[in-house]
Design a protein around this ligand. Structure first.
Ligand SMILES: Nc1ncnc2c1ncn2[C@@H]1O[C@H](COP(=O)(O)OP(=O)(O)OP(=O)(O)O)[C@@H](O)[C@H]1O
Ligand SMILES: [Mg+2]
Length: 485
């Protein structure tokens, strides 16, 4: 019973009912229209036949008088067809014709008007069968009355046939519509039930479960794809939140423990004002480091939870590269190094300018810290180019590089290679670069360039026609994520 009420309440069922109702009314209108017009058409033909017959007979009468008329009618009644004749004298006695019986009023009112009458045919034992006909009756000179008509048997049979066929058709249509729609609505309901069941499973169980697709690319598949994308995103956010919590739990514990030990040692062992001062200074140094870690972690988490494209607009990469170079050139030269830049004019990308600047700063600082060659000066190259439909920004140095096996690992949070421990750092710089690259629909990649390391990110270029027209379509186009990260 509940299943039935649930079924009756579905949109599909209501739509089916509406569809059947509309179809039935339309078919009904069609049936009435067709039968009315055939009836009219056939009546017209009858009237024409009667009129031409009358005209012929009246010609005969005018030319040859009553004798010729009787002869002609007698002659015509010999060949059986749908034509009807009756000629009576002033007393009402039939002189000639093929009608046995008909209402007397028809002959009395001989005004030439068209009438539909019931009659019986003369001869061959057909007198008992009542038939229908269209007739006209005229009064002739000398009190004679002439009736000419046409039997409607064929017309009535045809009308009946048509009406029956149309009625049958209507029934078939309604039944077929009902079956089709029941089938469709059951299917639709099944798909919706499937999606409901899967989503309940996902809610109850693990978030890695996904809705299944029928592979027909219909609206339900599209809905499932969107829901799956949403689940992907939720899973990613949950994962990144879990990562941050794990990081805080594990990686912040060490510096905090170190801080605690230092304070305890100072309280126990420090002598005099100088001793406390130096203990406080190292504590400050440690807290500074901790704050930097916190800020970096929060920043990465925030970037990872941003909706792609929500904070982006077209920006001139050539200008960006020039600005960053201007900022860092003195520093690099102070260290005895050299900075080279190379970015074509009109190199535009859809990006968040602040985040991309931060990316370049992080990569340049890494090159400054770890990219110096053992012998000789640092040569740092900042390049922008458009390649394979993407805008590539790269920072390369001529230092020792990162071993191939560590390329993926260094992007993880808090990973610092053994040889870099002497330099200050949190191990979060590349994690932020990767998060920003992913936000822009790209990725961070390393390449060892004997000597040195080349770090590269890719961004979506601006399509020029669309920017100028400034329509809404272009905006949605901008936020596309070709890599689907
Ligand atoms: N240009 C480079 N050449 C060689 N090794 C590098 C280079 N850039 C990064 N690395 C290695 O990758 C590690 C991770 O870099 P990342 O930028 O994430 O952290 P960090 O520089 O140590 O700290 P932070 O950037 O937070 O100050 C570095 O510790 C270093 O070992
Ligand atoms: Mg760094």
């Amino acid at each position: 019973m509940t299943r039935l009420t649930r079924f009756v309440r579905t949109t599909a069922f209501k739509l089916s009912l509406l569809y059947i109702a509309v179809f039935t009314v339309m078919s009904g209108v069609l049936v009435v229209y067709v039968s009315e017009s055939t009836d009219n058409l056939m009546s017209e033909q009858v009237v024409q036949a009667v009129d031409s017959e009358l005209k012929g007979l009246s010609d005969v009468y005018v030319r040859g008088g009553i004798r010729d008329l009787v002869e002609t009618i007698d002659d015509r009644t010999q060949h059986p067809d749908a034509s009807l004749y009756l000629l009576v004298d002033f007393a009402g006695n039939a002189l000639v014709g093929n009608i046995a019986r008909l209402p007397t009023v028809v002959l009395e009112e001989a005004d030439g008007g068209l009438r539909r009458v019931r009659y019986t045919l003369l001869g061959q034992g057909t007198e008992d069968v009542e038939r229908q006909a269209m007739v006209r009756t005229f009064e002739l000179r000398g009190g004679f009355r002439l009736l000419v008509g046409r039997d409607l048997g064929d017309q009535l049979r045809f009308s009946n046939l048509l009406a029956n066929a149309l009625r049958l058709w209507l029934v078939v249509v309604v039944v077929m519509a009902a079956i089709t729609w029941l089938f469709v609505s059951r299917r639709v309901m099944k798909r919706i039930d499937d999606i409901s069941a899967s989503s309940r499973m996902i809610m109850d169980g693990d978030l890695t479960e996904r809705l299944s697709l029928a592979g027909t690319n219909d609206e339900f598949d599209r809905l499932a794809v969107n829901l799956n994308d949403m689940l992907d995103r939720i899973e990613l956010l949950m994962q990144s939140m879990k990562d941050v919590t794990d990081n805080i739990a594990h990686d912040l514990k060490t510096p905090l423990t170190r801080l605690q030990t230092r304070v305890e040692t100072a309280l126990r062992d420090a002598k005099g004002e100088d001793g406390y001062r130096s203990a406080l200074e190292s504590t400050l140094h440690e807290t500074d480091h901790l704050l930097r870690i916190f800020n970096a972690l929060l920043r990465i988490a925030r970037i990872e939870s941003m909706a792609p494209g929500s904070v982006m607009e077209p920006a001139d990469m050539n200008r960006l590269v020039a600005e960053i170079a201007e900022l860092y050139e003195p520093l690099i030269e102070d260290e005895g190094g050299r900075l080279e830049t190379d970015a074509p004019d009109n190199l535009e990308a859809v990006c968040n300018r602040d985040l991309i600047s931060q990316v370049l700063v992080n990569l340049i600082e890494n090159a400054l810290k770890y990219g110096r060659p053992a012998d000789g000066a640092l040569v740092l190259r900042l390049t922008g180019e458009e390649k394979q439909g993407r805008v590539m920004l790269s920072v390369s140095d001529n230092g020792p590089g990162i071993p191939e096996k560590d390329h993926e690992r260094v992007m993880d949070r808090f990973v610092r290679l053994e040889e870099s421990r002497s330099e200050p750092g949190t191990g979060l710089g590349l994690s932020l670069v990767k998060a920003v690259a992913r936000l822009h629909g790209g990725d961070l990649r390393f390449k060892n360039e004997d000597p040195g390391l080349c770090a590269r990110i890719d961004l979506t270029p601006v399509s020029h026609d669309s920017v100028r027209s400034g329509d809404g379509e272009e905006r949605s186009g901008r936020t596309e994520q070709p890599n689907g990260n």
